[in-house]
Design a protein around this ligand. Structure first.
Ligand code: GCO
Length: 448
């Protein structure tokens, strides 16, 4: 592995709903994902998502695993309804106490705590009042952000406001495969705007509470047209805007892509000034590129288990020839370089330093040579992006342990560490030792 820049942060990511369990402990309020997962048929194989990986009980064991890895940082998420059980109103001392202990435990092991404030688990009462379709949710989020920062900012040197607002909008509100299960198609766009506003208000609230080094995690995929025909190119262009620009443009330039202002709830111009509050860094989640064309009979009717309804102005196509993960996602490491160089070209100096806040793959087994090959290929592609002038400061593997993969339940294993869902026993995989050795070798070169 070539040497990464001095100070490069070697991290691992996870999220609250996917790991914590203890859904009703310590006065935690219900989240939209608790409610969704409890509906029959929502989670594959009827997996019991409410136990997670038992992280709430076993966090010390997982921090020890992080320490064994030599991880420089751990990106976890704070569960909003664990901290503010009703979504609004008083904070829960027990809820805040849990994150307080987790942060202390990480610090005691020399691991940078990097909390995400929103990784999809909206407090249920707020969802029932409209969730991200309601402007009020953004204001409630900023209050919650301030509460967490007041408690943790003295020890937390890196913050992530929200995670993948595009997926929440698309999977949660447009297609209905994720919580809250709404199928609004393009009427879901206000959910995008209100998450962006929530982000901007939270940046202000965090800074006011003394927190710094703030970013967010945005999913990106290089998008290629299925052919040179005008129809395929325009399908790919719409998909590219929805995937790569709908969030990045307002965050980094203070403007929506052409035509989108009119589709958003107001006051859009005032909100954009808040949304584009300068970031300290920009987080990129990358899994695979997309091949997209016009809506057509040969378009995929499902992608990664997600049904694609009729009536969309694009159609996804199979990428031929690529290896696939257990999830069926194509493995294209150079897509990471391509998208980073593309972001740099599009946004120039408006793109702040970048962290790869998620990258990883689902494969079965403890002897996970294919995960090692995946991560090795992506790190080399990331290094090429650095050589091509992209200012990348860190890389976070998704994920430390196997965990609840949303509607896919326990069926997709992304961990460096295996979870036995009967006993919750943790067993490091071959990729854990490999990543430990990568970090060790980089550190020996004095780069981290
Ligand atoms: C996210 C992701 C993670 C997933 C991972 C694998 O939004 O950050 O959905 O939570 O588990 O991307 O799909």
């Amino acid at each position: 592995m070539p040497a990464f820049p001095p100070g490069f942060l070697w991290g691992v990511s996870a999220s609250a709903f996917q790991t914590e369990g203890a859904a009703r402990s310590d006065g935690k309020g219900p989240s939209v994902w608790d409610a969704f997962a409890a509906e029959p048929g929502r989670i594959k194989d009827g997996a019991d998502a409410s136990r997670g990986t038992g992280f709430h009980e076993r966090y010390r064991e997982d921090v020890a695993l992080l320490a064994g890895l030599g991880a420089g940082a751990f990106r976890f998420s704070v569960s909003w309804p664990r901290v503010i059980p009703g979504g609004t109103g008083p904070a829960s001392p027990a809820g805040l106490g849990f994150y307080d202990r987790l942060v202390d435990e990480l610090c005691a092991h020399g691991i940078t705590p990097a909390p995400t404030l929103y990784h999809w688990d909206t407090p249920l009462p707020l969802e029932e009042a409209g969730g991200w379709l309601s402007r009020d949710t953004a204001a409630r989020f900023a209050e919650y952000a301030a509460t967490v920062a007041e408690r943790l900012a003295d020890r937390v040197p890196m913050w992530i406001t929200i995670n993948e607002p595009a997926e929440v909008t698309m999977l949660g509100y447009a297609l209905g495969e994720h919580a809250p299960g709404r199928k609004l198609l393009f009427d879901a766009l206000p959910a995008a705007h209100h998450q962006l506003l929530a982000h901007g208000l939270a940046v202000q609230a965090l800074r006011a509470a003394g927190a710094g080094n703030i970013g967010l995690a945005v999913s990106h995929s290089p998008v290629h047209a299925a052919s040179d025909s005008d129809e395929d190119r325009s399908g790919a262009e719409i998909y590219d805007i929805l995937t790569n620009r709908l969030f990045a443009d307002p965050l980094l330039t203070g403007r929506y892509p052409d035509g989108f202002d009119d589709l958003m709830p107001g006051p859009v111009a005032d909100d954009l000034a808040v949304i584009s509050e300068p970031l300290d860094w920009y987080g990129v989640n990358y899994y695979s590129p997309m091949l997209v064309g016009a809506p057509a009979p040969d378009a995929l009717d499902s992608y990664a288990g997600l049904g694609m309804p009729d009536g969309l102005p694009f159609g996804l196509r199979e990428i031929d020839g690529a290896e696939r993960t257990h999830f069926g996602w194509p493995v294209v490491p150079d897509g990471l370089r391509e998208l980073l160089v593309g972001l740099r070209q599009r946004y120039g100096d408006r793109l702040p330093p970048v962290h790869i806040t998620e990258n990883g793959c689902s494969y079965e087994g403890l002897d996970d040579a294919r995960r090692i090959a995946f991560l090795d290929g992506h790190l080399r592609a990331l290094h090429r992006a650095v050589e091509e002038g992209v200012d990348v400061r860190g890389y976070f593997v998704w994920s430390l342990t196997d965990n609840i993969e949303w509607a896919e339940g326990a069926s997709q294993r992304f961990g460096l560490v295996h979870i036995d869902y009967d006993t919750l026993q943790r067993t490091p995989k071959a990729s854990y030792a490999w990543y430990r050795d990568v970090i060790r070798a980089q550190r020996a070169r004095g780069t981290t």
